[in-house]
Design a protein around this ligand. Structure first.
Ligand code: TMP
Length: 240
């Protein structure tokens, strides 16, 4: 574990699955992953044993891997089992979703066939706004509402496409189909965009290539059982 000498200070923000703390370094935050799980905009709640530690380790590994492909991220180093040191970012309140296979809200919204391979992967933008249920938006909303510049939108799209290409083959080699995922970006001190938040079984869908089994948060969302086992299995395969 690469050590970054920082001291944890006061809590800055607590979300549904993570807590962000200030540190004694003004450029760095501490991001702590909780075992708490929510779905359907917080209406369904539970704890998933070891989820915090698993999502921290999976995210740390995937961020480092993406950096090696020149996708800049906020990741600095692991701090504890359940926390990582991250660079301070000014977050863009937009969730970028990339889909390789039709499922979830895509099937609900458009009535396309569940499990259909999307020959042309679909990128979507959602506004991060719990009160409005994270509505689907497009590039014009992002620009018009002043959430990002044209150049930033282009960079977010390019990085998301690259993340998809890199992670699709990373997981394919581990017998997992990267069905879809969600990412968030923010501006670093330099003004440059970096990937923030997390990449984990909370924010991706993984289907076992052989059995088709779901190995992600859908096990919790859909009450499929063996939730902890699924998260553990993803961790094992990521580190294979
Ligand atoms: P969706 O099919 O429910 O729109 O989800 C698309 C992807 O985004 C899926 O991989 C799960 C992820 N996701 C999140 O990370 N956070 C969320 O709040 C939602 C709704 C989805």
């Amino acid at each position: 574990m690469k050590e970054t000498k920082i001291k944890k200070k006061q809590k800055l923000y607590e979300g549904k699955a993570k807590i962000v703390f200030e540190t004694d370094n003004e450029d760095l935050y501490l991001q702590e992953f909780k075992d708490d799980a929510t779905a359907f905009n917080g209406k369904k709640k539970a704890k998933i044993k070891s989820k915090g530690a698993i999502n921290n380790q999976v995210s740390a590994h995937l961020f480092s891997y993406l950096e090696s492909y020149h996708v800049p991220t906020h990741f600095v180093s692991q701090f504890s089992d359940t926390s990582m040191v991250i660079k301070k970012l000014e977050m863009i309140p937009v969730e970028v979703v990339m889909r390789n296979i039709a499922t979830g809200s895509l099937v609900k919204r458009y009535g396309v066939e569940e499990g259909m391979e999307l020959e042309h992967p679909i990128m979507e933008f959602y506004l991060k706004d719990d009160d409005k249920n994270d509505p689907l938006i497009n590039e014009d909303h992002v620009l018009s509402f002043g959430h990002a510049t044209e150049e930033e939108v282009e960079v977010m799209k390019r990085y998301t496409q690259k993340i998809n290409a890199v992670l699709k083959s990373f997981f394919y080699r581990r017998q997992l189909m990267l069905v879809d995922f969600k990412v968030e970006f923010g501006r670093a001190k330099s003004g440059k965009l970096k990937l923030g938040d997390e990449i984990s079984p909370d924010t991706c869908r993984f289907w076992d290539i052989e059995s088709g089994d779901k190995l992600d948060k859908d096990r919790f969302r859909q009450d499929l059982g063996k939730v902890e086992e699924a998260y553990q299995e993803v961790l094992t395969r990521v580190f294979k």
